[in-house]
Design a protein around this ligand. Structure first.
Ligand code: CA
Length: 450
């Protein structure tokens, strides 16, 4: 997740806002909420915090979770050493020695700045297309092709062993860490220890902390190289410690699964991850498609899976006038920008990429970058760039209006997920609009008027 949370991250220069539809739980890979993150302590004129000085804002988190109030955070921080001591029996059961445990927790202090990052909910958002523009650009395409050429023999061997197309591995490498140049500077042990003892995700991160200790106990990654994002994702393709346990492999045969310093281990472990998550060999991620005028957008639903042939019968065409290579592949239709933007037929491998990082914009960026690395063309159709993206407050308001009219949006949270999109489609349909699920400023206006 968020190596971008590091103020040195190449994207924090953009430092404008975060995306709305992303919101992955802290897990593997980058947090696209932080791609355009709110200015960090180190941006724009604010003095950099002195080394070791606490740089937490001291404020309650935006989630309103009882464990995220400033008071609760202070109390948990005061109890940090007790909390860590309480984790020793669990670590011992996993084969961590007392000496290794002591060496890692002695003198460890919580990194409270992470509490701000855990609850960051920037007010402004970037559009789907802005996000793609940033992640799939000429530099990243050129650097990716260079990586593919440089490690051709390894990619050959990994492709043969795991059946995962090399361009997707390179794309994940490129998007997660800009090809290993931005893997994050935070100690994974300190970050996961902080999150295991403080804040609203302690159960989740207790497992990550213990898994990080196991990695050190087995000597897979050098202790001083176990660095990464604030959520504990490390290495060029940003493995979380628990993902490491599930997926990491020793491909160079030195006895260590080193997903930080061994390129063969990085490439093979990432391929193994995709393979274990259900990658279909020989299939791509999906296709850009043209959605005809008058199309029934109620069909554009993740749960509506049909064969490519059936989609063709419904009027969907591949963009650029090309034929679909495999008409029996099963897919769902995604129209991230509504009727005014391109459509995409998403195959099984798109769902696999979303397991790596559960954000549609992320997965589409990976798929598109993979295509471009292979020599493919930019998307054919234009995005509706004139559309203003709703602010977080407006998205929240939109959800409240929908809920007030009886539509199921779940708990209004300012994030536009599948549920909100479905509710919006139903509302659009009921008032005679094209039910494309796109949260435009116009549809918010319509919702405001009773
Ligand atoms: Ca190795």
């Amino acid at each position: 997740m968020p190596r971008f949370a590091s103020p040195t991250g190449f994207l924090s220069a953009a430092a404008l806002a975060a995306t709305a539809w992303a919101a992955p739980a802290p897990g593997q890979g980058l947090d696209i909420r932080t791609l355009f993150s709110a200015p960090s302590a180190n941006t724009a004129g604010a003095p950099a915090p002195a080394a070791g000085a606490p740089d937490w804002s001291g404020e309650s988190g935006a989630s309103n979770h009882p464990l995220m109030t400033a008071q609760a955070i202070r109390a948990a921080a005061a109890n940090f050493r007790n909390c860590l001591a309480g984790l020793w029996p669990l670590a011992e059961r996993r084969g961590v020695s007392r000496a290794l445990f002591e060496a890692n927790v002695a003198g460890l202090t919580p990194d409270l700045r992470i509490m701000d990052l855990l609850d960051a909910q920037p007010e402004f958002t970037k559009s789907f297309w802005d996000y793609l523009d940033i992640l799939v650009n000429e530099d990243r395409i050129q650097n990716g092709r260079a990586i593919l050429a440089q490690h051709r023999a390894t990619f050959d061997a990994v492709e043969k062993a795991y059946g995962v197309d090399r361009h997707f591995i390179a794309a994940i490498w490129g998007v997660e860490s800009n090809y290993g140049t931005q893997i994050g500077e935070r100690s994974v042990i300190r970050s996961t220890a902080t999150l295991a003892c403080i804040g609203r995700r302690q159960d989740y991160f207790r497992e990550e902390f213990l898994s990080a200790l196991e990695i050190l106990a087995r000597g897979d990654v050098k202790a001083d190289h176990l660095k990464g994002s604030w959520a504990g994702a490390f290495g060029p393709t940003q493995f979380m410690p628990t993902s490491f346990k599930r997926y990491a492999v020793d491909f160079d045969g030195d006895g260590r699964r080193d997903v930080v310093d061994s390129v063969p281990d990085v490439i093979a472990s990432t391929a193994n991850n995709l393979k274990k998550d259900g990658w279909v060999t020989g299939q791509t991620w999906g296709y850009e498609v043209v959605v005809p005028k008058g199309f029934n957008f109620m069909l554009a639903d993740r749960s509506r899976v049909m064969s490519v042939q059936e989609w063709e019968r419904a009027g969907i065409r591949r963009a650029g006038g090309k034929a679909f290579p495999r008409v029996d592949d099963r897919a769902y239709l995604l129209v991230p920008a509504g009727a005014q933007g391109p459509g995409f037929l998403m195959l099984q491998n798109f769902r696999v990429i979303m397991k790596y990082n559960p954000a549609e914009a992320y997965a589409l960026a990976i798929g598109h970058l993979a295509d471009r690395l292979r020599g493919g063309e930019p998307f054919v159709q234009a995005w509706p760039r004139q559309e203003r993206v709703l602010t977080r407050a407006e998205r929240y308001e939109l959800q409240q209006h929908l809920a007030a009219r009886g539509y199921d949006v779940g708990e209004p949270d300012g994030r536009l997920g599948g549920k909100t999109r479905n509710a919006l489609r139903q509302f659009q349909s009921s008032v005679g609009h094209v039910p494309d699920g796109f949260a435009s400023a116009a549809i918010l206006e319509r919702l405001r008027s009773r």
